[in-house]
Each structure stands twice: as C-alpha cells, then as structure tokens.
Design a protein around this ligand. Structure first.
Ligand code: ADP
Ligand code: MG
Length: 331
C-alpha cells in the first residue's frame, strides 16, 4: 500500500543520511525511543472521515501517538494531512470516527480546562486591554480578582509586554498580539497546550522571536505541547519530537526524537541540513502518495485524468505533484 511504501521511503532516505554522518553528528534525529511511565496523551488507532461516498475524505487513518508529560511534540506535514483534525480531536472539539483519545487515561469526550487550543487568528477581545484580556478568562474560571491581576502581571512580563498593559489589541503589532495570546494561554495554566500553526501569519523575524520566546518559556514550564506546523525548520527548532505526517489518507509516517541542543537557532548548521533532508524525504513520500491518488482518481475506464502531474505520478516520479507550497516546495 502507498502508506507503507512512503513510510519506508522516508525512513530509508533519513536513515541512510544518518548512517553517513560523522559520529558527532549522529543521533540528532532518531526513531522515537520508548518512554517510561504512562503517557499524558494517548492517541490509539484514531481515524476520521469527512463526507460520504465519492466525496469522502480520509482525514486521519490509523493514527497512534503517545505524548509523555512535558514533551514538546510537533505534528509536521503538508497541508491537508489531517494535522488540524487531529489537534481538534485532542482539544475535544471533534469526535473522531474511530479509535480512542485519552488524557491521563481518561477518554476525551469534549473540551476541558486541562487543554487549551491556540491558533493564529488571535481570539483577543478587541474592546478589552491587554491586562483585561488576560484577567477575563482567569476570573471566568473562578480565580479571585487579586490572583487574576497577579497572574496577568506576571505573564505579561514573561512575554516582554510590560508597559502595554493598558493597550488595546488593535494598537499592537501582530507579533505582540500573538504574545498576548500566548501569555493568556499560559496564565490559564493548562496541562496541555495545543497550537495550530500559531505563527504562520507572522513575518520571518517576528516568527523567529516567537520561537525563541516559546523555547525559553517551555524550558521553564515544561508544559506538554502539541504544536502543528507545515514548516520543517520550525518543527526542528521547537520540537523534542517530530511526528511526520502525510496526506491522502492523513497518516503518521515517522515519529522521531530531535536531539539538537537548546536553545536552537533556525540557522544552526545541523538543523538546516536535517530540515533539507526531511524536505527531500517528504517530497519522495508525496510522490508515492500522488501515485496512489492518481490511481484512486482514475475514471471508470481505469484511465487516469490527463494532467501532467498525474502522468509524473503514474511514472513513479519522485517529484511532488504539487511543488508549490508546503513541504514539497524546494528551498
Ligand atoms: P491540515 O491541518 O493538515 O492542513 P486538515 O486536518 O485541516 O489538514 O484536513 C485534513 C483533510 O480533511 C483535508 O483533505 C481537508 O480538506 C479535509 N477536511 C478538513 N475539514 C473538513 C470538513 N469540515 N469537511 C470536509 N473535509 C474536511
Ligand atoms: Mg490545518
């Protein structure tokens, strides 16, 4: 099956490269080692389908992931591979059509105060100041006025927004609004932080600042984080672990431990080289996926639609059918 082939091809490309490295470079990226103790989050045989009949999309197929307390896991994959679907299922906003998700051994049946979902369009209240934006949900969760105020102050400081307590969201830059969102999320002290491409809309430099900030905070708090991204370098800068996914059907290709020292810089040579390798491996996997897709899309007469990308896929070309954007894009 396509999924097995592509899984092998990704691992073949990566392991070949890892073996070829000088000893000091080895082990930066290795298959995930088993962890001791019970997982914080367990995703077992999770599948999800949208729609019915010919319109049906297999957004997730047989996904199995165990996340241990304090891990920073990046779900990495091209657009459409089911990253958001999986994250929303973890958040309890979506009930998967198959399998089980548990947090601390308890099955997820809906959203809960132990999980917080953060995404790129900052859901800040536009008419509330920065301080009020932090205090409001804390008060709503039953914290005293004094406690909410103290937490708001502390977390505003943590994201370097002292002096902006009274500002309204529209008076801040996109990066600052994202920092407010991050501060608000952290102030709520969720056990699990779920992030869906939160920095995708930021310019490169602001993004890089957010990466540094998030690393610093994570090293301090060691929250369990599941961070969705289609950006290989972002995944390698942030993740302890990178779960590589592919589309059609949405599935896990590889579960890798990232052993690069922290704090990490996106321009670190081993990181740049690793991301180049992963991109290449994913391009191959996408070629295999496209092969399967072309077969699935072929008409009742068994002939694939005449489209140059389909022809490439049918020939087993190792180039991605959709070279633009996402993981398939050459640098
Ligand atoms: P990602 O976040 O990795 O880009 P998604 O989880 O958003 O991927 O989507 C996975 C697949 O499911 C895609 O093919 C997408 O088009 C499809 N999908 C997502 N949401 C819906 C929906 N509400 N209805 C139908 N199809 C959907
Ligand atoms: Mg998404």
């Amino acid at each position: 099956m396509g999924s097995m082939r592509s899984m092998r091809s990704v691992w073949h490309a990566l392991s070949g490269w890892i073996r070829g490295r000088p000893p000091r470079d080895r082990g930066f990226l290795v298959p995930r080692r088993a962890r001791l103790g019970p997982p914080k989050i367990a995703v077992a045989s999770v599948g999800h389908r949208f729609g019915t009949g010919r319109r049906q999309v297999v957004a997730l197929h047989d996904v199995n992931i165990a996340v241990h307390p304090g891990e920073f896991v990046c779900l990495l994959g091209p657009s459409g591979c089911g990253k958001s679907t999986l994250l929303y299922a973890l958040a309890g906003h979506l009930a998967p059509s198959g399998g089980h998700i548990t947090i601390d051994g308890v099955e997820v049946h809906g959203p809960g105060p132990d999980r917080l979902l953060l995404f790129q369009d900052h859901a800040l209240f536009p008419w509330l100041s920065v301080r009020q934006n932090l205090e409001f949900p804390l008060r709503a969760r039953g914290r005293s006025r004094a406690d909410a105020a103290a937490r708001a102050r502390a977390y505003i400081g943590l994201v370097h927004l002292d002096g902006f307590e009274q500002a309204l969201p529209h008076q801040l830059s996109g990066g600052m609004r994202m920092r407010v969102q991050l501060a608000r999320a952290l102030a709520m002290d969720p056990a699990v932080l779920l992030m869906d491409e939160p920095f995708a809309a930021l310019d490169a430099q602001t993004r890089s600042h957010m990466h540094q900030l998030l690393q610093t905070i994570w090293l301090r708090d060691r929250k369990t984080v599941v961070f969705v991204t289609h950006d290989v370098r972002e995944a390698l800068v942030l993740g302890d672990r990178v779960v590589v996914m592919a589309a059609r059907p949405g599935r896990v290709l590889q579960d890798l431990d990232v052993n690069l020292p922290r704090p990490r810089d996106p321009d670190d040579a081993p990181l740049v080289e690793l991301s180049r390798r992963i991109r290449g491996a994913l391009r191959e996997a996408e070629g295999v996926g496209a092969d399967a897709e072309a077969r699935a899309r072929s008409g009742p007469d068994g002939r694939a639609r005449k489209d140059p990308s389909d022809e490439r896929a049918a020939e087993g070309a190792d180039l991605p059918p959709r070279a633009a954007g996402g993981l398939g894009a050459p640098r």
